[in-house]
Design a binder for this molecule. Sequence first.
Ligand SMILES: Cc1ncc(COP(=O)(O)O)c(C=O)c1O
Length: 351
Amino acid sequence: MSSARPVIDLRSDTVTRPTAAMRRAMAEAEVGDDVLDGDPTVRRLEARVAALLGKEAGLFFPSGTMANQAALWVHTTPGTEVLLDAGSHIINWEMAGAAALAGVQVRPVLAGDGRAVASARDLERAIRPRSPHAPLASLVCVENTHNGAGGVVLPLEALEAVRAVADAARLPVHMDGARLWNAHVATGTRLADFARAADTVMLSFSKGLGCPVGAILVGSAETVQRAHMVRKRLGGGMRQSGILAAAALHALDHHMARLAEDHAKARRIAGMVAGAAGARVVAPDTNIVMVDLPDRVASDAVVTAAGEQGVRVTPWSASRIRAVTHLDVEEADVERAGEVVRHAIERARAD
Ligand SMILES: Cc1ncc(COP(=O)(O)O)c(C=O)c1O
């Protein structure tokens, strides 16, 4: 590497390390055996997030993937279909768990690109009348913010329109809200208002909130009770998990409002990279910057060139790179990251 300066890691908001204060909160956590008879700190976290989201109950999970999969399992029966969008995390990054675990077919019927992430009309058109020849739909899933579209916020009106169509068809709605915290901070919309558009919501602690591990599923008491059985079946029971829940409680107190700083940093990086040799940037709503590279510029070449200058970004596709801001991105990193990525694109274009 040509520079002795520390690496700026923008591959994901999952790369953050727990702060000293978070580590202290973890060390001091009151714990119990959460598989045997309960962990008091986990109980506190579950009750607090359920209340924040306006739901009856919450269940702490080791990962967002497991919580999403548990939601699919409790809402559906094998051989039915789940309606969602082609760019969703559930379709693209969960190892076909919907098919392998819940035994359902995923059917991408919502638009998954740019601003049109959730289109109620797409959904309405896709719901088939009951027939002995076509699979029955059992669930609608939405993702907010939408990772693949570039951290796009699904506004409340779009979600409510999806919800209305789902209600008319008597379908439950699950929201993959891994980054719903970001949507809340970016728009000022209350978490509970977003959550009203869904029966269950999954939220991650290990992304923008900066925790080492953890996610939560919230919903009705009955749904969460069933999800508890699925979590056990998947091997997701955790013993003295209050240590992890303490990190999440600390993050709710100290790391939520500061997500606005991540969003501002993403906008600044986007502004510096936009137009580099003809690159197009999806204007970030939140903390994810997607850059569509100019013709004949391969994402791998840009990622390698930026990496050589100490800035790590992800090749999202052959022609798109992703940079994500987070808790460990310092103020001074923003300028350098923007410059390095810009030069990497220009260099790759010239080569
Ligand atoms: C939108 C979305 N949903 C779900 C997940 C899964 O979370 P985890 O990595 O905790 O399994 C991610 C992780 O990146 C995500 O971006």
